[in-house]
Design a protein around this ligand. Structure first.
Ligand SMILES: NC(=O)N[C@@H](CC(=O)O)C(=O)O
Ligand SMILES: [Zn+2]
Ligand SMILES: [Zn+2]
Length: 429
């Protein structure tokens, strides 16, 4: 099956033709007479397939909220060709068997490559390390480990985990949240003037920042790699800026970080309506934090955009704000949000979008075949984007099984029109 994408602007450059056969890019900018399928891509931007470092699929355990297949379909609709599936399923992905099972479900669905994230500790209990090396040596080849949803708060456990993954080039992705400053189960939003007025128990940005600061020191001490999941405050950005400069000087350890689309656009003021759709962990923050996160993504202090796609069934979200589940959908609109916030404002160009949403996340996770340059001989993992398309999000048109979509009714600019996984179309908008 051959495919000719005609007149696409590769990473925003001059329009050209891209010819794909056998799932591989065979030529760029050469005249090709015919192909099994010809796509008119004039006016469209061609990006490498996006890579999400942080997706929650709810299989096993909560297939009513999302399955690997439904999540992979939502990923494809968002331009993603690879997603990393977090370990906080039920049961938790803390063994090689569990990891291989998620990986196989992804293969069967065939809509995006699904790479399981392994738990750092057994059952996300925070005490005993999970089978990190066995997960890495399994067919699922796990390289990213996280107790996401919970923080690895015991510094002794975090130290051991960093030492352990260093041996095989793994990375610990940390949900940075000190549980004594942000008690699980009681706090529900950003602590500030608004939470006081609304009578909602909040937690402060420093609950995140103290863990980020601690972890970069542990990464330096162990010579290992830490990844900061969903960075959400200006203070975190300051710590990252310092830590990255040190890591570059030393050359023996590394810190990377991601930001979510929602932390790049939404602010804590949205809580005034008490709508649990906007309840998320880490919480939506004030505008000053949002500004700092945008600037950090533009200047490279934050390496990547990751969705933290967190589907929840209606019965877990439709509660009083304090009792509702944390989390919001993200896969399908991520590119549109980044386009609206970062490209329209001139903070990033399309090559920059490819860097933060594909190349760098693939490098952080050590993925092969994803986040590659659009070049002859590379696998045809691609996303076609209409940079000028403006649309209003409708949560009922989602391919996710859940409806907790924070972008519902919002106007966004820039939209994925097709996605190709090794030359096979996985989404047609
Ligand atoms: N982000 C969220 O608010 N929720 C996530 C857990 C997490 O990412 O911490 C979930 O699993 O629902
Ligand atoms: Zn988290
Ligand atoms: Zn998460």
């Amino acid at each position: 099956m051959s495919l000719l994408i005609k007149g696409a602007s590769v990473l925003g450059a001059e329009p050209t033709d891209v010819y794909v056969d056998g799932g591989v890019i065979r030529s760029i900018g050469e005249s090709v007479a015919s192909a099994d399928e010809v796509v008119d891509a004039s006016g469209l931007v061609l990006l490498p397939g996006l890579v999400d470092l942080h997706t929650h699929l709810r299989q096993p355990g909560r297939e009513d909220a999302e399955t690997v297949a439904s999540g992979a379909a939502a990923a494809a609709a968002g331009g993603y060709t690879a997603v990393l599936a977090m370990a906080n399923t039920s049961p938790v992905t803390d063994t090689a068997e569990a990891a291989v099972s998620v990986w196989e479900l992804g293969r069967e669905a065939g809509l995006a490559d699904v790479f399981p994230v392994g738990a750092v500790t057994k059952g996300l209990g925070g005490e005993e390390l999970a089978e990190l090396a066995l997960m890495n040596r399994s067919r699922a080849r796990v390289t990213v480990f996280s107790d996401d949803g919970k923080c690895v708060s015991d510094p002794r456990v975090m130290r051991r985990a960093l030492e352990y993954v260093k041996a095989f080039g793994g990375v610990i992705s940390q949900h940075s949240q000190d549980p004594s400053l942000a008690p699980y189960g009681s706090a529900c939003c950003h602590e500030g003037e608004l939470s006081g007025r609304l009578g909602l128990p909040g937690w402060p940005g420093v609950a995140e920042e103290v863990i980020v600061a601690r972890d970069v020191m542990l990464a330096r001490h162990t010579g290992s790699r830490v990844h900061v999941a969903h960075a959400s405050t200006a203070g975190t950005v300051e710590v990252l800026r310092w830590a990255k400069a040190q890591a570059e000087k030393d050359g023996s350890w590394a810190v990377t970080a991601e930001v979510t689309p929602h932390h790049l656009l939404l602010t804590t003021d949205l809580l005034a309506g008490y709508d649990p759709t906007f309840k998320v962990n880490p919480p939506l923050r004030p505008a000053e934090d949002v500004e700092a996160l945008r600037a950090a993504l533009a200047d490279g202090t934050i390496d990547a955009v990751a969705t933290d796609h967190a589907p929840h069934a209606r019965q877990d979200k439709e509660h009083a704000f304090v009792d509702a589940a944390f989390g919001m959908l993200g896969l399908e609109e991520a590119l549109s949000v980044v386009s609206t916030v970062m490209v329209s404002s001139g903070l990033l160009d399309w090559a920059g979008v490819a860097r933060v949403m594909s190349t760098t996340p693939a490098r952080i996770a050590g993925l092969e075949g994803h986040g590659r340059p659009i070049a002859v001989g590379e696998p045809a993992n691609l996303a076609l984007v209409d940079p000028a398309a403006t649309y209003v999000v409708d949560r009922d048109r989602s391919l996710s099984l859940s409806r907790n979509n924070p972008w519902h009714d919002r106007k966004l600019t820039g939209r994925v029109v097709s996605t190709y996984l090794r030359g096979k179309q996985t989404y047609a908008g």
